[in-house]
Write a protein that binds this ligand. Structure first.
Ligand SMILES: *Cc1c(COP(=O)(O)O)cnc(C)c1O
Length: 373
């Protein structure tokens, strides 16, 4: 098996989706699986669908094309406001898109008319995150305008929280979004099919005691893929946090005590650096670096400490004696590390357990024969 690689346990992703869909379903909230962190990997997308997601969403057309090429035929929504220059592709590959600009919606409408299609429009409302969206007071007017256009159909509204601001949505913001849905229906008439409450940062709200009102959709990536709640980074009860594992190989070992402490020029690395107290620690170099992933988002195995990284090298110190030249070392990744690693051209993606029905569980990890930490 080649290194570096990401081992993907599809069964854990499937079960994570099942767990969340099982908790949100009874509350009337469907899960839209967001595949942007895995660059629209079709098998991962399929695992999310198999786990009970009602649809898929991605931020980039290139990722959606990958889903389509991999045989995903169900509904895919573009969650980043489409580029004006990509209207044709958006209509071709996506059933719906999130929109904030009337000129873009007009371009989607004319592309849809040409292709003899109806493209679904969800209006993204800016409810305080400070990223994309129409301000709440203008939404009803834009909704009315969309209603008059051929080629597009108004399908719903949505909001996004915690992406730019890092602040979790409040119950009153969620209530405002519900009020807005009612207000739009009061002026536009038809029932809004989707009221999408946000991303993984909405889960604490969604599983809380408050009624979820009209919110009937969440767009979830991080929670399903990594089993964590994004703001705190805490594990969500009953979820797997190790569906993805990054594996890198040791290319150099050095038994000499390292010249600690090292003066760091880069403050972000200094933050990560813990000076080992044991002089017996070995200094190890691994063939992975900033070009492959967000190094600061890696969790090192127990007994290993990060010293630093460059574009192609990771330097760690370890008190574990079995780590030798050629040994593979396993890392867990946060969302940022995962997103970068999945997009890195030199990292192989190795799917584990992609046929759970035919493969007994104990044979799923072929990698167990290797020396791993
Ligand atoms: C990335 C994104 C999501 C999914 O966010 P997670 O934190 O991965 O759940 C949802 N909606 C929008 C608009 C996004 O950009």
């Amino acid at each position: 098996m080649s290194c570096p690689r990401i081992e993907v346990d599809l069964d854990k992703i499937r079960r994570n989706t099942q767990t969340i869909a099982g908790r949100l379903g009874p509350r009337g909230i469907g899960v839209t699986g967001v595949t942007k962190a895995v660059c629209g990997h079709p098998a991962i997308a399929q695992a999310i669908l198999d786990g009970g997601a009602v649809g898929l969403a991605d931020a980039r057309i290139s990722n959606v094309q990958r889903l389509r090429q991999g045989g995903i035929t169900g509904p895919v929504t573009l969650i980043r406001t489409p580029m004006l220059s990509q209207a044709d592709e958006v209509v071709q590959f996506c059933q719906m898109s999130y929109n904030t600009e009337i000129a873009v919606i007009a371009a989607l409408a004319s592309a849809a008319i040409q292709k003899d299609k109806i493209h679904g429009i969800i209006l993204m409302v800016e409810m305080g995150d400070g990223r994309e969206g129409i301000s709440p007071e203008n939404v009803a007017e834009i909704a009315q305008e969309v209603m008059t256009m051929q080629g597009v159909a108004l399908k719903g509204i949505g909001a996004n929280f915690a992406c730019l601001s890092g602040l979790a949505p409040t119950a009153s913001q969620m209530a405002s979004l519900c009020d807005l849905a009612n207000e739009i229906e009061a002026v536009c008439g038809p029932f809004l099919k989707t009221v999408s409450g946000g991303n993984s940062a909405n889960l604490p709200w969604a599983v809380g005691w408050r009624p979820n009102g009209r919110i009937n959709d969440l767009r979830l990536g991080e929670a399903i893929l990594l089993g964590v709640e994004p703001i705190t980074g805490d594990q969500i009860g009953g979820m797997h946090t190790d569906a993805f594992t990054l594996v890198a190989e040791i290319t150099e070992t050095d038994k000499k005590p390292s010249p600690f402490p090292i003066a760091f020029v880069d403050p972000t690395l200094a933050r990560l650096h813990i000076v080992p107290t044991s002089g017996a620690a070995k200094r190890l170099i691994l063939a992975i670096g900033h070009q492959d992933t967000d190094i600061s988002g890696l969790s090192l195995p127990v007994g290993c400490t990060l010293i630093g990284a460059t574009s192609d090298h990771l330097v760690i110190s370890s008190i574990r004696s079995h780590l030798q030249l050629g040994t593979e070392v396993k890392f867990q990744m946060n969302y940022s590390a995962l997103m970068h690693a999945m997009a890195a051209p030199d990292i192989e993606i190795k799917l584990l357990d992609d046929r759970p029905a035919r493969q007994p569980r104990h044979t799923q990890g072929k990698s167990e024969r290797l020396t791993l930490v």
